[in-house]
Design a protein around this ligand. Sequence first.
Ligand SMILES: [Zn+2]
Length: 74
Amino acid sequence: MAEHCNWNQDGDETSGAWETACGSMFRLDDGDPFENQMHFCCYCGKPLSIQRFERDETGELDREEPRFFPASAA
Ligand SMILES: [Zn+2]
């Protein structure tokens, strides 16, 4: 199984800031890394996984399960 670099959305579900597992921060103006066609961490070169924030029905902020790029999730 491939090793991934997990990027955690930083702040809340509207944030464009991502904290990388290898210790850097990356900012996107629009969309998440996968929506921006990023497949690999630009710092350590590992395949990316991402964890976004989401709001549940009570408005509570939760972290989603890690997502992997669709091609490697099949
Ligand atoms: Zn990395």
